[in-house]
Design a protein around this ligand. Structure first.
Ligand code: GUN
Length: 284
Protein backbone atom coordinates (compact mmCIF):
# COMPACT_ATOMS: atom_id res chain seq x y z
CA UNK A 1 0.00 0.00 0.00
CA UNK A 2 1.16 3.53 -0.64
CA UNK A 3 -0.73 6.03 1.46
CA UNK A 4 -2.65 8.94 0.00
CA UNK A 5 -1.11 12.24 0.99
CA UNK A 6 -3.32 14.84 2.64
CA UNK A 7 -1.89 18.10 1.32
CA UNK A 8 -2.25 21.03 3.69
CA UNK A 9 -0.89 23.26 0.94
CA UNK A 10 -3.76 22.37 -1.41
CA UNK A 11 -6.45 22.41 1.28
CA UNK A 12 -5.17 25.78 2.51
CA UNK A 13 -5.45 27.20 -0.99
CA UNK A 14 -9.11 26.25 -1.25
CA UNK A 15 -10.01 27.48 2.26
CA UNK A 16 -8.09 30.75 1.72
CA UNK A 17 -9.90 31.24 -1.61
CA UNK A 18 -13.26 30.94 0.15
CA UNK A 19 -12.08 33.31 2.91
CA UNK A 20 -11.03 35.81 0.22
CA UNK A 21 -14.48 35.59 -1.41
CA UNK A 22 -16.20 36.18 1.93
CA UNK A 23 -13.92 39.16 2.66
CA UNK A 24 -15.02 40.73 -0.64
CA UNK A 25 -18.68 40.32 0.33
CA UNK A 26 -18.06 41.78 3.80
CA UNK A 27 -15.96 44.63 2.41
CA UNK A 28 -18.86 45.57 0.14
CA UNK A 29 -20.85 46.08 3.37
CA UNK A 30 -18.07 48.23 4.79
CA UNK A 31 -16.55 45.57 7.06
CA UNK A 32 -12.91 44.57 6.70
CA UNK A 33 -11.77 41.76 9.03
CA UNK A 34 -8.84 43.00 11.13
CA UNK A 35 -6.16 41.03 12.96
CA UNK A 36 -3.69 42.52 15.44
CA UNK A 37 -0.52 40.53 15.99
CA UNK A 38 1.71 41.23 18.99
CA UNK A 39 5.24 39.95 19.32
CA UNK A 40 7.59 40.64 22.23
CA UNK A 41 11.38 40.33 22.06
CA UNK A 42 13.51 39.09 19.19
CA UNK A 43 13.03 35.32 19.12
CA UNK A 44 13.93 34.62 15.45
CA UNK A 45 11.31 31.87 15.00
CA UNK A 46 8.57 34.12 16.41
CA UNK A 47 9.63 36.93 14.04
CA UNK A 48 9.20 34.60 11.06
CA UNK A 49 5.83 33.28 12.31
CA UNK A 50 4.36 36.74 12.86
CA UNK A 51 5.57 38.02 9.48
CA UNK A 52 3.94 35.01 7.80
CA UNK A 53 0.68 35.65 9.66
CA UNK A 54 0.57 39.30 8.63
CA UNK A 55 1.44 38.40 5.02
CA UNK A 56 -1.37 35.83 4.94
CA UNK A 57 -3.79 38.50 6.19
CA UNK A 58 -2.78 40.82 3.37
CA UNK A 59 -3.23 38.07 0.80
CA UNK A 60 -6.87 37.46 1.75
CA UNK A 61 -7.70 41.18 2.05
CA UNK A 62 -7.74 41.58 5.84
CA UNK A 63 -6.60 44.66 7.69
CA UNK A 64 -3.69 43.72 9.94
CA UNK A 65 -1.27 45.33 12.35
CA UNK A 66 1.99 44.04 13.73
CA UNK A 67 3.07 45.47 17.09
CA UNK A 68 6.61 44.44 17.99
CA UNK A 69 7.70 45.33 21.52
CA UNK A 70 11.14 45.00 23.09
CA UNK A 71 11.74 42.12 25.53
CA UNK A 72 12.02 44.77 28.26
CA UNK A 73 8.34 45.80 28.01
CA UNK A 74 6.55 45.51 31.35
CA UNK A 75 3.56 43.21 31.78
CA UNK A 76 1.48 46.25 32.76
CA UNK A 77 2.31 48.08 29.54
CA UNK A 78 1.61 44.98 27.45
CA UNK A 79 -1.76 44.55 29.17
CA UNK A 80 -2.49 48.22 28.40
CA UNK A 81 -1.85 47.61 24.67
CA UNK A 82 -4.21 44.64 24.73
CA UNK A 83 -6.93 46.68 26.41
CA UNK A 84 -6.62 49.27 23.64
CA UNK A 85 -6.95 46.56 20.97
CA UNK A 86 -9.96 45.09 22.79
CA UNK A 87 -11.68 48.47 22.34
CA UNK A 88 -10.54 49.05 18.74
CA UNK A 89 -13.52 48.36 16.41
CA UNK A 90 -11.21 47.82 13.42
CA UNK A 91 -9.63 44.84 15.19
CA UNK A 92 -11.66 41.60 15.28
CA UNK A 93 -8.85 39.24 16.28
CA UNK A 94 -5.88 39.62 18.63
CA UNK A 95 -2.94 37.22 18.59
CA UNK A 96 -0.07 37.37 21.08
CA UNK A 97 2.80 35.30 19.73
CA UNK A 98 4.17 32.89 22.33
CA UNK A 99 6.53 32.41 24.06
CA UNK A 100 6.67 35.67 26.01
CA UNK A 101 9.74 36.72 28.06
CA UNK A 102 10.01 35.10 31.51
CA UNK A 103 9.05 38.24 33.47
CA UNK A 104 5.63 38.30 31.78
CA UNK A 105 2.85 35.96 32.90
CA UNK A 106 1.57 34.50 29.60
CA UNK A 107 -1.70 33.34 31.14
CA UNK A 108 -2.48 36.81 32.46
CA UNK A 109 -1.79 38.27 29.01
CA UNK A 110 -3.93 35.71 27.16
CA UNK A 111 -6.80 36.12 29.66
CA UNK A 112 -6.69 39.89 29.04
CA UNK A 113 -7.79 39.38 25.42
CA UNK A 114 -11.51 39.91 24.86
CA UNK A 115 -12.79 36.32 24.30
CA UNK A 116 -14.74 37.54 21.25
CA UNK A 117 -11.34 38.47 19.69
CA UNK A 118 -9.46 35.34 20.86
CA UNK A 119 -8.79 33.98 17.36
CA UNK A 120 -5.90 31.82 18.63
CA UNK A 121 -8.41 29.99 20.87
CA UNK A 122 -6.07 30.10 23.88
CA UNK A 123 -8.33 32.08 26.27
CA UNK A 124 -9.78 30.11 29.17
CA UNK A 125 -13.30 30.91 27.85
CA UNK A 126 -12.44 29.39 24.48
CA UNK A 127 -10.92 26.34 26.18
CA UNK A 128 -14.02 26.00 28.39
CA UNK A 129 -16.35 26.29 25.40
CA UNK A 130 -14.43 23.51 23.65
CA UNK A 131 -14.70 21.28 26.74
CA UNK A 132 -18.45 21.90 26.94
CA UNK A 133 -19.06 21.60 23.19
CA UNK A 134 -20.25 25.20 22.97
CA UNK A 135 -19.49 27.63 20.12
CA UNK A 136 -16.12 29.36 20.46
CA UNK A 137 -12.78 29.72 18.75
CA UNK A 138 -10.83 26.48 18.34
CA UNK A 139 -7.01 26.58 18.52
CA UNK A 140 -5.75 26.83 14.96
CA UNK A 141 -3.42 23.81 14.68
CA UNK A 142 -5.82 21.11 15.92
CA UNK A 143 -8.65 22.86 14.06
CA UNK A 144 -6.54 22.52 10.91
CA UNK A 145 -6.03 18.80 11.62
CA UNK A 146 -9.81 18.36 11.87
CA UNK A 147 -10.23 20.12 8.51
CA UNK A 148 -7.70 17.71 6.99
CA UNK A 149 -9.72 14.72 8.23
CA UNK A 150 -12.89 16.35 6.93
CA UNK A 151 -11.21 16.86 3.52
CA UNK A 152 -10.94 13.06 3.08
CA UNK A 153 -14.52 12.60 4.33
CA UNK A 154 -13.22 10.67 7.31
CA UNK A 155 -16.11 9.75 9.60
CA UNK A 156 -14.71 9.74 13.14
CA UNK A 157 -17.83 8.24 14.73
CA UNK A 158 -16.85 5.08 16.61
CA UNK A 159 -13.21 5.24 15.48
CA UNK A 160 -10.29 4.73 17.82
CA UNK A 161 -8.22 7.91 17.82
CA UNK A 162 -4.87 8.26 19.55
CA UNK A 163 -3.27 11.65 20.22
CA UNK A 164 0.41 11.62 21.13
CA UNK A 165 1.24 14.83 23.00
CA UNK A 166 -0.72 16.72 25.65
CA UNK A 167 0.12 20.41 25.09
CA UNK A 168 -2.50 23.11 25.67
CA UNK A 169 -1.98 24.30 22.09
CA UNK A 170 -2.34 20.98 20.25
CA UNK A 171 -2.71 17.67 22.13
CA UNK A 172 -5.45 18.48 24.64
CA UNK A 173 -7.70 20.51 22.30
CA UNK A 174 -7.11 17.93 19.55
CA UNK A 175 -8.42 15.16 21.81
CA UNK A 176 -11.53 17.21 22.63
CA UNK A 177 -12.24 17.95 18.95
CA UNK A 178 -11.96 14.25 18.05
CA UNK A 179 -14.26 13.43 20.97
CA UNK A 180 -16.71 16.06 19.74
CA UNK A 181 -16.94 14.02 16.51
CA UNK A 182 -17.67 10.84 18.48
CA UNK A 183 -14.27 9.15 18.25
CA UNK A 184 -13.01 7.09 21.19
CA UNK A 185 -9.92 9.03 22.18
CA UNK A 186 -6.74 8.10 24.04
CA UNK A 187 -4.09 10.70 24.91
CA UNK A 188 -0.51 9.44 25.16
CA UNK A 189 2.45 11.40 26.49
CA UNK A 190 6.00 11.16 27.83
CA UNK A 191 4.91 9.02 30.82
CA UNK A 192 2.82 6.59 28.74
CA UNK A 193 3.88 2.98 29.27
CA UNK A 194 3.98 0.81 26.12
CA UNK A 195 2.97 3.39 23.55
CA UNK A 196 3.06 0.79 20.78
CA UNK A 197 0.35 -1.34 22.41
CA UNK A 198 -1.94 1.70 22.27
CA UNK A 199 -1.04 2.99 18.79
CA UNK A 200 -1.62 -0.51 17.37
CA UNK A 201 -5.30 -0.16 18.31
CA UNK A 202 -5.73 3.17 16.50
CA UNK A 203 -7.70 3.99 13.36
CA UNK A 204 -6.34 7.54 13.39
CA UNK A 205 -3.23 8.91 15.08
CA UNK A 206 -2.28 12.54 15.61
CA UNK A 207 1.34 13.09 16.64
CA UNK A 208 2.32 16.40 18.26
CA UNK A 209 5.44 15.81 20.31
CA UNK A 210 8.26 17.80 18.67
CA UNK A 211 10.60 14.81 18.32
CA UNK A 212 11.53 12.71 15.28
CA UNK A 213 10.42 9.10 14.69
CA UNK A 214 7.94 8.98 17.58
CA UNK A 215 5.72 6.79 15.37
CA UNK A 216 7.10 4.05 13.09
CA UNK A 217 5.51 1.51 10.75
CA UNK A 218 5.70 -1.36 13.27
CA UNK A 219 3.54 0.67 15.71
CA UNK A 220 0.42 0.95 13.54
CA UNK A 221 -2.20 -1.25 11.95
CA UNK A 222 -2.57 -1.25 8.16
CA UNK A 223 -4.89 1.44 6.83
CA UNK A 224 -4.30 3.87 9.70
CA UNK A 225 -4.67 7.62 9.10
CA UNK A 226 -1.64 9.59 10.35
CA UNK A 227 -1.64 13.33 11.04
CA UNK A 228 1.86 14.65 11.76
CA UNK A 229 1.97 17.99 13.58
CA UNK A 230 5.74 17.90 14.17
CA UNK A 231 8.28 20.23 12.62
CA UNK A 232 11.88 19.11 13.12
CA UNK A 233 15.14 18.95 11.18
CA UNK A 234 16.86 15.68 10.30
CA UNK A 235 20.63 15.07 10.43
CA UNK A 236 20.98 16.76 7.00
CA UNK A 237 19.05 19.84 8.12
CA UNK A 238 15.98 18.83 6.09
CA UNK A 239 12.53 19.61 7.52
CA UNK A 240 10.76 16.55 8.89
CA UNK A 241 7.87 15.73 11.19
CA UNK A 242 7.43 13.54 14.27
CA UNK A 243 6.77 10.31 12.35
CA UNK A 244 8.78 7.99 10.12
CA UNK A 245 7.07 9.23 6.97
CA UNK A 246 8.70 6.83 4.49
CA UNK A 247 8.02 3.76 6.63
CA UNK A 248 4.44 4.74 7.43
CA UNK A 249 3.62 5.60 3.83
CA UNK A 250 3.77 1.88 3.10
CA UNK A 251 1.13 0.92 5.70
CA UNK A 252 -1.12 3.95 6.23
CA UNK A 253 -4.17 4.75 4.11
CA UNK A 254 -3.60 8.51 4.48
CA UNK A 255 -0.72 10.55 5.86
CA UNK A 256 0.17 14.24 6.06
CA UNK A 257 3.59 15.27 4.69
CA UNK A 258 6.09 17.63 6.34
CA UNK A 259 6.49 20.22 4.96
CA UNK A 260 3.19 20.94 3.20
CA UNK A 261 0.92 19.19 5.70
CA UNK A 262 -0.39 20.60 8.97
CA UNK A 263 2.00 23.62 8.83
CA UNK A 264 0.08 25.74 6.30
CA UNK A 265 -3.24 24.83 7.94
CA UNK A 266 -2.41 26.66 11.20
CA UNK A 267 -2.34 30.10 9.56
CA UNK A 268 -5.31 29.19 7.36
CA UNK A 269 -7.45 28.43 10.40
CA UNK A 270 -6.26 31.68 12.01
CA UNK A 271 -7.65 33.47 8.95
CA UNK A 272 -10.89 31.50 9.22
CA UNK A 273 -11.24 32.34 12.93
CA UNK A 274 -10.57 36.03 12.25
CA UNK A 275 -13.16 36.07 9.48
CA UNK A 276 -15.65 34.42 11.85
CA UNK A 277 -14.83 36.98 14.56
CA UNK A 278 -15.55 39.81 12.11
CA UNK A 279 -18.79 38.17 10.99
CA UNK A 280 -19.87 37.65 14.60
CA UNK A 281 -19.70 41.39 15.21
CA UNK A 282 -21.88 42.02 12.15
CA UNK A 283 -24.37 39.15 11.99
CA UNK A 284 -26.02 38.89 8.55
N1 GUN B 1 3.73 29.94 19.34
C1 GUN B 1 3.81 28.73 18.74
N2 GUN B 1 2.64 28.43 18.14
C2 GUN B 1 1.81 29.46 18.36
C3 GUN B 1 0.47 29.74 17.97
O1 GUN B 1 -0.22 28.94 17.31
N3 GUN B 1 -0.03 30.92 18.41
C4 GUN B 1 0.69 31.78 19.15
N4 GUN B 1 0.10 32.91 19.54
N5 GUN B 1 1.94 31.57 19.51
C5 GUN B 1 2.49 30.41 19.11
Amino acid sequence: MSANLISGTELSKSIRASVTERVKELSAKGITPGLAVIVVGDNPASQVYVRNKVKACEEVGFFSSLDAYPASISEKDLLGHIQALNKNPKIHGILVQLPLPDHIDSSRVIEAIDPSKDVDGFHISSAGALVKGLPGFWPCTPFGCMKMLESINYDLKGKYAVVIGRSHIVGKPMALMLLDKNATVTICHSATVNLKAITLTADVIVVAVGKRNVLTADMVKPGVVVIDVGMNRDENGKLCGDVDFEGLKAVASHITPVPGGVGPMTITMLLQNTLDAAQNTHPA
